[in-house]
Design a protein around this ligand. Structure first.
Ligand SMILES: [Zn+2]
Length: 110
């Protein structure tokens, strides 16, 4: 019985994370980046507490060094690197380049 309860808690946690990122996106467009960073912080806390993973597409939305919310054109540069076959998200706050390989995605499309 307890296990079932845990699962529903985790489902809620997962949902919360998605909502937080959705909200962060809205706030980023309004220029409230500090608030976005707070949302990322809370989302990561929920993720750790309930042992739920932040979905891959959302993991790309924040810097993995300073954990700031990244919004292309506002505080991050996005480019692709042919040599490493990765999409690079450069965080303008700390300078970290977050790389995500696109090989897998390419394969899935074919
Ligand atoms: Zn950063």
């Amino acid at each position: 019985m307890k296990k079932k309860e845990d699962n529903s808690k985790r489902e809620i946690a997962q949902e919360r994370i998605e909502i937080l990122f959705e909200e962060a996106k809205k706030q980023a467009l309004k220029g409230r980046l500090k608030l976005c960073n707070k949302y990322v912080f809370v989302a990561r806390k929920i993720s750790g507490k309930f042992k739920v993973k932040i979905p891959t597409e959302l993991r790309r939305k924040f810097c993995h060094k300073c954990y700031h919310y990244l919004y292309p054109g506002i505080n991050c540069n996005v480019r692709t690197n042919k040599r490493t076959q990765a999409v690079e998200y450069e965080c303008k706050d700390c300078g970290k380049i977050n790389r995500y390989s696109y090989i897998k995605e390419k394969r899935e499309k074919q």
